[in-house]
Design a protein around this ligand. Structure first.
Ligand SMILES: Cc1cc2nc3c(=O)[nH]c(=O)nc-3n(C[C@H](O)[C@H](O)[C@H](O)COP(=O)(O)O)c2cc1C
Length: 307
């Protein structure tokens, strides 16, 4: 059986995955934390925690709240910063078979460009995932990915300074996700991933205040799966680059739904918190499905459920 997928067919370096199962940024650390739990080299790719120019402490506690069928988080991009990623993590990744994609996030277009420039040419880094679900401070705090113009600007700025494959990760907090996807593709994105977390909040009725220290957060887990699936369907129908789908994937059948809706690969996120082996379980389940159905190549499944 062939499970391999090429996520950056237009890029010279390419981003070839042995299979379509990736981890989602912020839910699998730097991969190193999980390497003693199972053979992470079996995965398609690992996406590391969102990386900023300087290390960040993140938002005030509490930063996590369980919700019906989901989790609300406002971690606030706690991370070690790009210099430490290059110095401490990339040399470890360079010895790995599984490609590692670095998720980057900035507060200005210049931040994104600087981050991408620093990561270009670093051994051990297979690609960049640009998280445009972050507030654009200069433009009053709307997410970069909320509007096509700013989403395209970030993409072009990143593409101008790196030869690495670039995935742009869309936010669901926009009125027209397919429209954003189209301009991001035109600005040079090698692939598009989605969805990041829709905004939500929880109120603590005893304390009479929002439960999260940051007031609102991002919702993830099975609660968002139907929304994510629809958005993946809409984006895959609008662009000619590979689409990576995720949002609430717990099992192989969830992942297969995304693949059949048009995703070339999938990301497993919140599921890692209850089952650290979730990405491997998803992969094994996809293999079993293919065997049962007599499918030789994963390409035969991509987009077959679009109706
Ligand atoms: C605790 C937590 C931290 C996250 N951190 C990031 C991040 O740093 N960068 C990013 O692009 N997405 C981040 N995400 C979003 C996930 O990568 C994923 O897109 C989202 O959670 C939907 O998938 P899921 O329902 O499988 O978790 C985070 C999600 C969670 C739950």
């Amino acid at each position: 059986m062939n499970l391999s997928v090429q996520l950056a067919p237009k890029n010279k370096k390419g981003l070839l995955l042995a299979n379509p199962v990736m981890t989602a940024s912020g839910t699998f650390g730097y991969g190193t934390e999980y390497s003693h739990l199972f053979d992470i080299q079996k995965l398609g790719a690992i996406v590391c925690k969102g990386t900023t120019l300087k290390p960040r402490e993140g938002n005030p506690q509490p930063r996590l709240a369980e919700t019906p069928c989901g989790v609300l988080n406002s971690i606030g991009l706690q991370n070690i910063g790009v210099e430490a990623v290059i110095r401490e993590k990339a040399p470890v990744w360079a010895g790995w078979q599984v490609p590692v994609v670095v998720n980057i996030v900035g507060e200005s277009i210049e931040d994104y460009a600087q981050l991408a420039g620093k990561l270009d040419g670093v051994a051990g880094i297979g690609g960049i995932e640009v998280n445009i679900g972050c507030p654009n401070i200069k433009a009053g705090g709307a997410e970069f990915g909320a509007r096509p113009e700013s989403a395209a600007e970030v993409t072009a700025a990143v593409k101008a300074v790196t030869s690495l494959p670039v995935l742009v990760k869309l936010t669901p907090n926009t009125g027209d996700i397919a429209g954003v996807a189209k301009v991001v593709m035109k600005a040079g994105a090698d692939a598009i991933s989605l969805i990041n977390t829709p905004r939500g909040m929880v109120v603590d009725i005893d304390k009479r205040r929002p439960l999260l220290g940051n007031i609102f957060g991002g919702l993830s887990g099975p609660a968002i799966k139907p929304i994510a699936l629809y958005m993946v369907y809409a984006v895959a129908g609008a662009v000619e680059v590979p689409v990576v789908g995720g949002g609430g994937i717990i099992t192989a059948s969830d992942a297969l739904e995304f693949i059949m809706a048009g995703a070339s690969a999938v990301q497993v996120g919140t599921a890692n918190f209850t089952n650290p082996r979730a990405p491997l379980d998803v992969l094994e389940g996809i293999e079993q499905f293919m065997k049962k159905e007599g499918i030789e190549d994963i390409a035969e499944l991509i987009g077959v459920g679009r109706g």
